[in-house]
Design a protein around this ligand. Structure first.
Ligand code: GLY
Length: 366
């Protein structure tokens, strides 16, 4: 696939997402084309990003650049890290026309974007996502955030980037488990809005996960395109964007119960969450048996040990419910679930008593 460009065109912002290979080597041209005419750049990069990539950026960007290495973890996704970034920019007299670049996964993107949104009420921000998950999901749509003692991503803002560069070359440095994490969100996007894409994923999973061209490029491009269509209509998650939370109410309770440890990463929790949301939709007579089986069989194919009983048991029910109850998306006592009507179509106005969710969770362990 040739390198592609997707324009996100929402009410108060426009920016391009470039998808392709070797884009980093063309960054100076892209900056010029997209009119990023900053004099100073601060590059926040993940400690795991290979040095040679950082060196390409150093050589290609002719303006003044400062580099800041970030050891990304949920623990470091906090106000202290944001303050460090802000202080570097303040010390170096950055102004609003200068630019912050995040080079890393979702954590670095979220922290950097949050810092960009509050620095002098907003400076230029470029996201260069290096993980599959960040390329297909978290780099698009302007959600920024940090964690607090009270929970994950509870402090943040909506702040759109000026540019996103998803360079597929980065993916070869990722372990398979990390790639599956991103694949979970791609799969989610297909269930939300594109049956044809869903079948493409079912037929080409192995090729995608082994980064075979043009399958990986097509999967990333299509996934970004689905998200574009949704966030353009509803940036602030008042209605349609809620659909992107398919499986996530369950997923957050699963990963929180694991204390966000490596025992269950976000993508695995999302796949378990999609499994639960599919089962709930089937039990509510929304999703038919054939499509329900297609979804859960694909999850088994992705990782055969991703079964709820392998991670939790009946004794965990109250803990799981506690997290579901405190989900930041809830605005009343009832629990809002995204449910699947059919593959390619989900609904977001579904509210349930906690009692009913409790019964469902308990029954998952039978
Ligand atoms: N990752 C879900 C969203 O951006 O809304």
């Amino acid at each position: 696939m040739k390198n592609k460009k997707i324009l996100i065109n929402s009410k108060d912002s426009n920016y391009n997402i470039y998808v392709g290979s070797n884009l980093i080597a063309q960054i100076n041209k892209i900056l010029k084309k997209d009119k990023i005419n900053a004099k100073n750049f601060l590059i926040i990069y993940d400690s795991k990003v290979p040095f040679k990539i950082i060196n390409i950026l150093r050589k290609k960007i002719k303006e003044n650049i400062i580099f800041h290495k970030f050891y990304s973890s949920e623990k470091n996704k906090n106000q202290k890290s944001v303050n460090k970034i802000l202080n570097i920019m303040l010390k170096n007299n950055f102004n609003r026309n200068d630019c912050l670049i995040a080079v890393g996964g979702g954590i670095i993107g979220d922290v950097s974007a949050f810092a960009a949104s509050i620095f002098k009420r907003g400076l230029k921000f470029i996201n260069i996502p290096t993980t599959l998950l960040a390329q297909v999901d978290s780099s698009i749509g302007g959600k920024t955030g940090i964690n607090s003692d009270y929970g994950k991503n509870l402090i943040g803002s909506f702040y759109q980037p000026d540019l996103v560069i998803a360079d597929i070359k980065f993916l070869k440095y990722l372990p398979k488990r990390e790639l599956i994490c991103g694949y979970a969100e791609i799969f989610k996007h297909s269930i939300i809005s594109d049956k044809k894409f869903f079948y493409f994923l079912l037929n080409n999973f192995e090729k995608i996960i082994n980064l075979k061209k043009p399958y990986i490029d097509q999967a990333i491009y299509k996934s970004c395109f689905i998200k574009k269509k949704i966030v353009e209509k509803d940036v602030k998650e008042k209605n349609l964007r809620k659909t992107l939370n398919l499986g996530h109410t369950f997923a957050h309770s699963y990963e929180a119960t694991y204390k966000y440890s490596k025992g269950l990463n976000h993508g695995e929790a999302v796949l378990l969450g999609i499994n639960s949301a599919s089962e709930f939709s089937f039990k509510k007579n929304l999703l038919n048996y054939k499509e329900y089986k297609l979804i859960i069989n694909h999850i088994s194919k992705i990782n055969n040990s991703l079964k709820i009983n392998n991670y939790f048991n009946k004794k965990d029910t109250n803990k799981l419910l506690g997290y579901i109850k405190n989900d930041k998306k809830n605005i009343s006592k009832k629990i809002n679930l995204i449910l699947i009507n059919k593959i390619g179509q989900v609904s977001y106005n579904n509210f349930f008593e906690l009692k009913e969710i409790s019964k469902f969770i308990r029954n998952q362990f039978l």
